[in-house]
Design a binder for this molecule. Structure first.
Ligand code: MN
Length: 349
């Protein structure tokens, strides 16, 4: 109800937006886009941004589901740079502060920021595999060094805009977007050596449906663009992505996709630590990444919160590979996907 008023559209407006999408896709096909760059994969085996062990095994489960082969079969040049070494500092709570495991998260974020920055410097596309969503602080610190007006698409059930003052849990995976805007604990806001990786007006949230009180106030105060899961149901994903790309393309020189798989309904994506019902469907999400693949400004992407220990038959990991494949141009009918399935099946036999 909170956002309904802002995002209602007439039939005529929807038609206009659809037309704009088609135009955009056409443009995307001819302009040399960042999506044509070679890909560098970085795994971040992090789970201390929340309390459920297992997201640290996420990067490996996505690889085991065939990520690299699938990207190669759609003609991408891929270098898997392995997992970031994130040290062995254990869990602890800052005394007197509502924030957990700060030191470990800051150390690993600095490493990730340097790595991602280097990948962009070398003209490649960083594809970061989480790990819980706290890793976005490092990714954004790295990407943000290269873009004055970085746009961020935050695909998630949650807004991840808490600060130690507003957080109900003290878990840092609920804080990365606030920290990247320069809000919250100073240890987090100064990651990468500078404050403010993204401006509030350059953020679009998609799929949110579990927003804490403090986050609601922040969204309203900063006038942040939000499409709740219900907004997506009402408008259709095609319209949402077209509007998002139009909004960010007008304002930004590069766009980062931060894809939290808990944006998708847990009935289809069970392998997540903080599931929220009434989510986006897998089909809608596939459509979303396919439309995003047409954007010439997409500079980097991360897929986070896959927890193989909570997964059922590797469904979440396998479907995440489908989403990443689609982001890089794979279609359901493409020969590469058929071939890849065939190969995997024959190996199994
Ligand atoms: Mn998240």
């Amino acid at each position: 109800m909170y956002f309904t008023k802002l995002f209602l559209h007439t039939k005529q407006e929807r038609f206009k937006i659809k037309f704009a999408t088609k135009k955009l896709q056409k443009i995307g096909a001819v302009i040399v886009s960042y999506m044509k760059r070679n890909i560098s994969i970085v795994g971040v085996p992090m789970w201390l941004g929340q309390t459920r062990y297992g997201t640290n095994l996420g990067p490996q489960s996505i690889r085991s589901a065939g990520l690299v082969e699938r990207l190669k079969t759609v003609g991408k040049k891929v270098v898997d740079e392995g997992n970031l070494s994130i040290g062995i500092i254990g869990r602890f709570r800052q005394s007197g502060e509502n924030i957990k495991n700060v030191k470990t998260l800051v150390d690993s974020s600095e490493k990730l920021a340097a790595k991602v920055s280097n990948i962009i410097q070398e003209g490649r596309f960083p594809l970061v595999l989480g790990g819980d969503h706290s890793i976005a602080m490092g990714t954004l610190a790295g990407v943000g060094k290269h873009f004055k007006n970085l746009g961020v698409i935050w695909y998630d059930a949650h807004a991840d805009m808490n600060t130690p003052e507003t957080s109900p849990s003290g878990n840092i995976h609920g804080m990365p977007l606030a920290a990247s805007m320069g809000l919250g604990h100073s240890a987090l806001t100064r990651i990468g050596g500078y404050r403010g990786k993204v401006k509030p007006e350059h953020i679009v949230l998609i799929g949110v449906r579990d927003i804490d009180k403090g986050e609601q106030l922040l969204i309203a105060e900063k006038n942040i663009k939000v499409y709740t899961a219900n907004d997506v149901k009402r408008l259709g994903m095609e319209v949402v992505i077209a509007e998002t790309l139009r909004y960010l393309s007008e304002r930004c020189d590069g766009i980062h996709l931060s894809f939290d798989v808990d944006g998708i309904d847990p009935a289809e994506f069970p392998g997540v630590g903080t599931p929220v019902t009434n989510g986006l469907s897998y089909k809608e999400s596939l459509q979303a990444v396919r439309l995003l693949s047409a954007s010439e400004k997409l500079i980097s992407a991360e897929f986070v919160e896959v927890n193989p220990l909570l997964d059922k038959d590797d469904t979440t990991a396998r479907l995440t590979v489908n989403l990443i494949g689609a982001l890089f141009g794979e279609t359901a009918k493409s020969k590469s996907i058929q071939k890849s399935y065939k190969q995997r099946n024959s190996k199994a036999m």
